[in-house]
Design a protein around this ligand. Structure first.
Ligand code: C2E
Ligand code: CA
Ligand code: CA
Length: 558
């Protein structure tokens, strides 16, 4: 064993350890990577199943005193260090004491290189961590740092079959309802179910709050992962039954397998598994979801749009624009009496996004509140300007149910109306029925308040999935807007045509007005006129456009 020409030598390290270790609680060690020799203070030999203070064939010998479940993790880590891919070793795992009982230890070490940069030694210290075990106190499982370390040291994660991230559905509510002790009890119960169901080939980790991660490091595929999920669910159902249905909960799982585990670094992999679980929950919980790249790309794209809109909002709504589409009064010889305001968005890179795509993102993120207010302002200002040409001009504004529930739209609209000197009767608020499937008392109250101050209300998108006739008689909107999808069908199919006629006469019979949307051609108009709609909206009379163009085309000279 010679290290001539190098500033470090195994003998020197060993002597230092031998001399000072007796007065330390920790167990210093040195590992000679080139010669595969290890030396640890004598005290370690007294305490643990370590065969001798100095031994060779280091990996193999560790098998004698490292807890079997943790052995592979250690070997993977050492291989990484020996290959010079990692400068530091910092892992917690279990050694066996003299009675072969597992003891948690923390092993730290630093790589020392030769002058030519070759990995030569690892020198460091082992200490007992006693009760502060790495395995989580509630679940008895490893924590994330152990998983992170493992994923980062196994070469390319080539052999990893799958990663399953389990989440308890509605765990927060469960904690709130039954208390945190009960929450811990459930966590512990589920951890036991996981441990009971998993095979020896899998390793389980407690991620955080209500999430667990199960990994199969060598082989296995999506089908096996799915089967595991099913089995775990059954086991958890049994556990709930054993507890006499005191609390009921389900689990969701995001499964990552195959090539997706190999992409990027270990943090990327954990991110993808997080997305997979998020997707399983989004799909309705109590189910598993197998990672699909196309879904992930869609998600990333949406996040990009959302981030861009956030910046726009912070930047004085740059990128947002309000368009206007003419509304035509057929009872007044086709005169343009108003406009529907329609929001447009262009990203910083010039990409235009459809409102069908971005409105839901604004709603989910809550950005619809500031953007909606901005829309009120722009639309009402525009209305005030158009009234110079057409004094009875009305502007229609689309409102999302999120705005209704989370902001004081009545006060907002009222203030803006006053600032612009227009009457409440110039404003029409368009709301879709689908948004408030069961018109809650809160929504109804706002609906009533709007009506009381004199704002008109249009029931939008009538004729799509959710609409029902009885709701019209309860809500009594001023106008019922027939969805353009419905118009399209009525123009091509006899049954829908009959249906539209009936709906219109019914709406007329209770003295409400009708607006038919999506009239694109003269022929469409000719075929719909016999139904006697009050109002028409569609490309035939004009496409949505900016205010300047709208005024030039439809206001000047009207
Ligand atoms: P909507 O309220 O049903 O608006 C009518 C949609 O039909 C508009 O689509 C309009 O451009 C389109 N349209 C009008 N006439 C025709 C026609 O003759 N043929 C065809 N093919 N289409 C026609 P747009 O502007 O893409 O808006 C889509 C939806 O986005 C709107 O449907 C509305 O639900 C929502 N939206 C737009 N602006 C806002 C807004 O400011 N706030 C909220 N909450 N939602 C908005
Ligand atoms: Ca509308
Ligand atoms: Ca509509």
């Amino acid at each position: 064993m010679s290290n001539e020409g190098n500033k470090y030598s195994f003998e020197n390290f060993r002597n230092v350890i031998g001399e000072y270790a007796s007065c330390m609680d920790d167990y210093p060690y040195v590992l000679d990577l080139k010669n595969d020799v290890y030396y640890i203070s004598e005290k370690a030999v007294e305490r643990f199943a370590v065969p001798a203070a100095q031994f060779s064939d280091v990996s193999k010998t560790h098998e004698q005193f490292v807890y079997s479940e943790d052995y592979q993790m250690l070997i993977d880590d050492l291989a990484f260090i020996a290959a010079g891919k990692k400068e530091e070793h910092d892992i917690q795992y279990r050694w066996l004491d003299k009675d072969k009982k597992p003891i948690w230890i923390n092993c730290k070490g630093r790589l020392l290189r030769s002058e030519t940069g070759e990995p030569m030694f690892m020198i460091g210290c082992v200490n007992e961590i006693g009760n502060v075990s790495r395995a989580d106190n509630v679940t008895g499982m490893f924590r994330m740092n152990v998983l992170r370390n493992r994923l980062s040291v196994i070469e390319d994660r080539k052999s990893v079959g799958y990663i399953i991230r389990i989440g308890i559905d509605g765990f927060k509510e469960l904690n709130e309802k039954f208390g945190y002790d009960y929450g811990d009890y459930v966590l512990n119960g589920i951890a036991n179910c996981v441990i009971g169901v998993k095979s020896n080939l899998m390793q389980a980790y407690y991620a955080h709050s209500d999430e667990f991660i199960i990994v199969r490091y060598d082989g296995g595929d999506a089908r096996e992962a799915h089967k595991f999920y099913k089995k775990l669910r059954r086991r958890i159902d049994d556990f709930i039954e054993e507890n006499k249905y005191e609390a009921f909960y389900t689990i969701s799982a995001g499964i990552l397998c195959g090539e997706h585990i190999r992409e990027g670094d270990s943090e990327d992999v954990l991110k993808l598994s997080q997305f997979a679980l998020h997707k399983a929950k989004q799909n309705g919980r109590n189910q598993d979801y197998i990672f699909d790249k196309a879904d992930y790309e869609k998600f990333i794209y949406k996040q990009g749009v959302l981030a861009s809109m956030r910046r726009s909002v912070a930047n004085d709504f740059e990128g947002f624009e309000l368009y206007f589409q003419p509304l035509v009064d057929m009872y007044k010889k086709g005169r343009i009496y108003g406009a529907e305001s329609l929001l447009r968005y262009t990203m910083e890179d010039g990409t235009q996004i459809s409102p069908v795509e971005f409105i839901p993102l604004l709603e989910e993120s809550g950005l619809i509140i500031p953007v909606g207010k901005w829309v009120f302002e722009r639309a009402i200002e525009m209305c005030s300007r158009c009234q110079q040409y057409v004094p009875e001009f009305k502007v229609s504004i689309n409102i999302s149910y999120v705005q209704v529930l989370k902001s004081n739209i009545v006060r907002e609209i009222n203030n803006i109306i006053k600032n612009n000197g227009v009457t409440p009767g110039s404003i029409v608020v368009e709301m879709t029925e689908s948004g408030y499937l069961e018109f809650t008392p809160v929504v109804r109250e706002i609906w009533e308040e709007l009506r009381q101050i004199g704002i008109h209300i249009a029931l939008d998108d009538f004729g799509t999935g959710y609409s029902n006739l009885s709701s019209i008689s309860v809500l009594m909107p001023d106008v019922v807007k027939l969805d353009r999808g419905f118009t399209e069908k009525a123009l091509t199919n006899d049954y829908e045509n009959e249906l539209m006629q009936h709906i219109i006469s019914m709406v007329h019979s209770i003295n409400l007005k009708i607006c038919i949307e999506g009239v694109e051609t003269e022929d469409d108009l000719a075929r719909l006129m016999p139904m006697n709609p009050e109002f028409i909206q569609g490309y035939y009379f004009g496409r949505p456009c900016g205010e300047t163009e709208f005024v030039k085309k439809f206001m000047i000279g009207s």
